[in-house]
Write a protein that binds this ligand. Structure first.
Ligand code: DC
Length: 207
């Protein structure tokens, strides 16, 4: 599917995906993509436009026409939404919008296009990276952690909100959050960031 080597990092909210994926990319000197930020950017723009998250066709049109950048900051149609995408309104609506198969199709296409344009390799984090977006990834990692620890890490989001999002993400019909059969599963509850990165680098060295 792609000739660029990919490390796919999936897992629920607060499992450490973003921090670990970003640092791993820096260490390897590979490009990094936060795909959750893409779903959040679509959500932020739809909310600004007063579109209901349940309005699947209107949301799909926003996603299909959106220009999204995640580096150096998160923007959609040149609008900087870096701060906005972490607000409670977006936390609340994003998993409904991410369950929309038309939105997913538009995002997956962009993620694949982005990856092949990168010079060396990519570290991509999300929920469906190993299962759907890059089934041929060089390495697939699935991070987990207890819900208490995950809500502690996401200090700005309550445990109930995280749990609700995980339930929607895990039980949706299209590309639900789950570990791919070929993924290395790492429980990060009692591990520090450096040791998780070390574990991933060790796995990568064995490929
Ligand atoms: O990782 P995050 O919390 O920023 O993700 C925001 C939401 O987007 C999350 O509720 C699930 C969804 N998401 C997804 O469905 N697929 C992805 N590849 C990434 C995120």
């Amino acid at each position: 599917m792609t000739t660029t080597p990919v490390v796919a990092i999936d897992g629920p909210a607060g499992s450490g995906k973003s921090t670990i994926a970003k640092l791993l990319a820096e260490r390897l000197n590979w490009s990094f993509l936060d795909t959750g930020a893409m779903y959040r950017a679509v959500t932020a723009l739809a909310l600004r436009q007063g579109i209901e998250p349940q309005d699947t066709l209107a949301i799909a049109a926003v996603a299909a026409n959106a220009r999204i950048e995640t580096i150096p900051f998160i923007s959609i149609n040149d609008l900087d939404v870096t701060i906005e995408i972490r607000q409670p309104a977006v936390n609340h609506a994003v998993s409904i919008i991410a369950a929309n198969p038309m939105v997913r199709a538009a995002m997956v296409e962009r993620q694949r296009e982005w990856s092949v344009r990168q010079p060396v390799g990519t570290v991509v984090e999300g929920r469906d990276i190993g299962t759907v977006v890059f089934p041929d990834a060089l390495l697939k990692v699935f991070l987990t952690a207890s819900v208490e620890e995950r809500s502690r890490r996401r200090g700005d989001e309550t445990a109930a909100s995280i749990q609700r999002r995980d339930d929607i993400d895990s039980n949706r019909d299209h590309s639900p959050l789950r570990a791919d059969a070929g993924a290395v599963v790492i429980d990060t509850t009692d591990k520090d960031i450096a040791s998780v990165i070390e574990e991933i680098v060790q796995c990568l060295n064995l490929r």
